[in-house]
Design a protein around this ligand. Sequence first.
Ligand SMILES: [Zn+2]
Length: 290
Amino acid sequence: MPELPEVEHVKRGIEPRITNLIINDVQFSDAVHSGKANNKATIIKGTTIEQFTDMCVNYRIDSVFRRSKYIIFKLINRENIQYMVGHLGMTGAYFVVSSIESIPVLNYRKHWHAAFSLNDGNKLIYSDIRRFGELRMMDEAMFETFNAQIAPEPFSAEGQAHYLSRLLLQKYQNKPIKQVIMLHSVVSGCGNIYACEALHLARINPNTKVKALSKKRKLLLYEKIVFVLEEGIRYGGSTISDYRNAEGESGTMQNRFNVYGKKVCGTCGHEITTKVIATRNTHYCTHCQK
Ligand SMILES: [Zn+2]
């Protein structure tokens, strides 16, 4: 599954190429049409195809930004503002190309699902091989509600205070810290891979109950979460998640992992322990992490 750094790269890849352009038309794949016809919302969630089309055609793409692991397109026309909220699922990808045939990777060319025709002659295309991703159209009120459920961005000034205050909530005290930092109401966009790596750098065993952590260790962990996410962005994300950017390329962050997907610890060489915590495979070193 693409994590925050991968999503940030996807956003950076498409943002300068589509901002301020107008959506003239939108087309959907046969899979989207037949999914909708069979009451299975394939990719397009929450609206009919007709509603979705009305909420984007003849709108200008005012801005493109990331919230947690979502890419958000703010769309404006004379009267309205709409937000198209996209999640890449497992294998989602965007391409800005002159035609569907120009998508550089065969599998993504075959599995395109939404193609937005822009007024510069290009198309913004959403492809998704396994179809776990989604595009959801929201009006301003819906977007506000959605946005309020997600913690401030980890790189923002408010992120740390928000995290500390959430870790004091009674309902989290007996939960493993790993499970809690992966909640997007606590930390925005800390997925499984980066949670494992951050816990390793903070030398915290992922099974540790929240109540057992001092404020100092909580702060150290937050610092490491921000660090690994920034590193992930710097090194273009990882290929582990099957992710490709708008050019069909992937990053090298996986070469910097110490515990995730490793047999031995990158810090000390001790054997890595793998354990399921709250349904997610967790990798850690019992020698380094107490
Ligand atoms: Zn170790």
